[in-house]
Design a protein around this ligand. Sequence first.
Ligand code: MG
Length: 203
Amino acid sequence: MKILCIGRNYADHISELNNERPSEPVIFLKPDTAILKDNEPFYHPDFSNDIHHEVEIVLKINKVGKNIDAKFAHKYYDEIGIGIDFTARDLQSKLKEKGLPWEKAKAFNDSAPISGFVSKLQFDDLQHLNFHLQVNENIVQKGNTEMMLWNFDEIIAEISKYFTLKTGDLIFTGTPAGVGKVMIGDRLTAFIEGKEMMSFEVK
Ligand code: MG
């Protein structure tokens, strides 16, 4: 399986990093070794002093498809979850400056903690889905999918032009504002519509 991620999909996050608003979705990948699940702790790597949390809604692909029309994209996922797109912001800034690929900053081991997945039918409206991230006792990121530049179906259409989607692939759909550094000892807890989905410690 593979993990596809969308960057710069929430306007408020684009402005907090002073990034340019993209004219098409920014797409990058993480390998399966990035997955961290079952609330296992995240061990802070030594190569970065600025690992940021980015909380994101994650789609789980349920069948093979390519060149999927946005109209039919909803048929390609029936479960959603929540995840963290951990980003070594210090490394990423250096790589971006030099025009180099982001993998070391985005795709390292355990850089994609994920919750369990639940049926999308549990939610009334995927276009207005609330989610948030708490670090220790503080809510640090709050998003609603209505703030996305590209919605789930448009994301699937765009990704599948370039990458054949297969059963079990995951799509990280972008982060809202409020990204920030994690510290050893922090506990990260992520919620969809107020329901706790995942909670793990940084060690
Ligand atoms: Mg992200």
